[in-house]
Design a binder for this molecule. Sequence first.
Ligand code: EPU
Length: 434
Amino acid sequence: MARLLIEGGHRLCGEVEINGAKNAALPIMAAAALAEGESVLERVPPTTDVLTMARILRELGASAGFEPDGSCVIDGTGLSRHRAPYNLVRRMRASFYVAGLLLARLGRAQVPLPGGCALGSRPVDFHMRGFERLGARITVEHGYMVARTAGRLRGCPIYVERASLGTTVNLMLAAVLAEGITILENAAREPEVVDLATFLNRMGARVEGAGTDQIVIEGVDRLHPARHQIIPDRVEAGTFLLAGAITRGEILVRGVNADHLRAPLRKMEEAGALIEQVDPHAIRLVMTGRPRALELETAPYPGFPTDLHQPFVSLLSLAQGTSVIRETIFDRFRYVDELRRMGARIRVEGQQALVEGVKRLTGAPVEAPDLRGGAALILAGLAAQGVTEVQRVEHVDRGYYRFEERLNRLGARIRRLDPKRPSPNHTLVPALEC
Ligand code: EPU
């Protein structure tokens, strides 16, 4: 198990280039396998989730690999197996996207049900009902969703419950090769959906309305390979900005799309950060004093993203006053017990956390409960007095590529203890002056 040792109390300062969005890359990798021929995807972040998706695609007969320049090349020519392997799929819920791919390409799919995860019960019932509406016969057998269709899927209007991102994506993957027109009502409006639509259209699909709550997909007979650059990771960008804020530092994130970050940037300002949009792709954050308490509620895009709730609470745990955080998407409070061990005063009532700000956190051994909860603990460790040991960092590696190395370049003091991946001794990196 990988661990991070964090010596807290160092102010972060400097510039960081943001990677492509993993939550856009994952569905786009599945989309690339809809076509025969090599699609080239630039700016795919090689996080472990992305590597898992590449492995699953290879298991299904497609080819998926990385070029020396970092681009990801996917060719769906060999896609022939319709049963996705449990040992890979269980690692990541987004693996379920191969269901849409397999139904569209092979007319059959056997994909393990993801089951519960660290964020609580996360069913795929909306996905399955959508596939049924498109004409697939669905059964659940031995832990697998078994889907079959005689001939092509048939387009139709579908209401996407709770504007689910994953359902919107999976149904887009299935519907682009269906016969006729599919209309997704109450579709997710996340930038990752827009990026998928852009890529699909580059492949010859006919998708309109992505970014609104109504997406219209006119099925085509076949798709061709395409080249595409993945959008910047808004959650990674937000996390680095919050790392700057919690250490009262000065951070410039580059290679971002500021439009995708409106809601979290407004909340960072409300908490007392000075935010400057240097240009459409660069944002500077400066934080001088203690953060101010605030109220915050997660919501589907363009609302405040649930994926930044946990890192934001780390910041608010040091605020002046009491903050109220309402989580409306997932059951995402497991990190709170760990933050409390560092001195945070947080009470969870149902789907709401009351965060009474304290003057200081103190380093402690803590365990990352999930991806964003792990990031939250790392941020808390950056600000805490003394040394924090964050265990189970593999959760964090799923979504942040070389997180600690990039934080160290900004002046953090973090050392990875990883039996599988020894890394240079970062305690030797001198803190930067800023
Ligand atoms: N839901 C159902 N049934 C379904 C599908 C969803 O009940 O069949 C519920 C979920 O349990 C949740 C709500 O509907 O309460 C919305 O979930 P959604 O489907 O939108 O989430 P997701 O597609 O499973 C993606 C991201 C998450 C991100 C959420 C919300 C990927 C791979 N995952 O999950 O990202 O938090 O949308 O924006 O894109 C992360 O990156 O750490 C992460 C968890």
